[in-house]
Design a protein around this ligand. Structure first.
Ligand code: MG
Length: 204
């Protein structure tokens, strides 16, 4: 397995649409940037590139390159996904945190999660979307995004194997090594599908 971390920030400015996680959000201001300013996709892109030590978003898409002026940031993400595939890995899960005063992410968090999952070719259960307000940071005119990704190595057949087992046992129900191994091989562990709750009112 490999882990990657990405971070990005963009200032709000008027006159441009607000793009976050590939969605255009209803808000009076958007995010400034050479591209569409999608701070969340930029952080995830950097996390993916970092996980396979492939550089960073700026090395692939220099701000001075006119081709990326107002570019859709999903292009950057797709390039990072290609780097991950080329390295022989697949994404286990992605977790993210947005830090911004407005708009409130809670009401659109589920839609955001589904869209980011689609862009990453993942199930929504493998994408975490969290949001906080920048309490005490005096940064109400900035959007910040953090992202971590976990990658799993693919075998020669392009498959990963998820395993989990408990080694606990008692005299009443002793478990042999064979029992544990059999359980591992028979019951791939998957995360339970569930709808997470979101609370973006950060008062903690
Ligand atoms: Mg950026």
């Amino acid at each position: 397995m490999r882990i990657g971390y990405g971070w990005d920030s963009h200032a709000f400015k008027s006159g441009v649409p607000l793009k976050i996680g590939g969605l255009t959000l209803d808000h009076p201001e958007g995010l400034s940037g050479h591209s569409d300013g999608d701070v969340l996709l930029h952080a995830i892109t950097d996390a993916l590139l970092g996980a396979v030590a492939a550089g960073d978003i700026g090395s692939f898409f220099p701000p001075g390159d006119a081709r990326w002026k107002n570019a859709d940031s999903s292009i950057f993400l797709e390039t990072a996904l290609e780097e991950v595939r080329h390295a022989g890995y697949t994404i286990a899960n992605v977790d993210t945190t947005l830090v911004l005063a407005a708009p409130k992410i809670g009401p659109i968090a589920e839609k955001l999660r589904e869209n980011v999952a689609t862009l990453l070719h993942l199930e929504p259960r493998d994408v975490g979307i969290k949001a906080k307000t920048p309490e005490g940071l005096d940064q109400d005119h900035v959007a910040i995004a953090h992202a971590v990704v976990l990658l799993e190595k693919l075998d020669a057949d392009g498959q990963t194997r998820h395993m989990a087992a408990s080694a606990d046992s008692s005299e009443d129900s002793p478990r042999s090594v064979e029992d544990v191994v059999r359980k591992l091989l028979e019951e791939p562990a998957v995360l339970p599908a569930r709808k997470p709750t979101f609370n973006t009112e950060d008062i903690t």
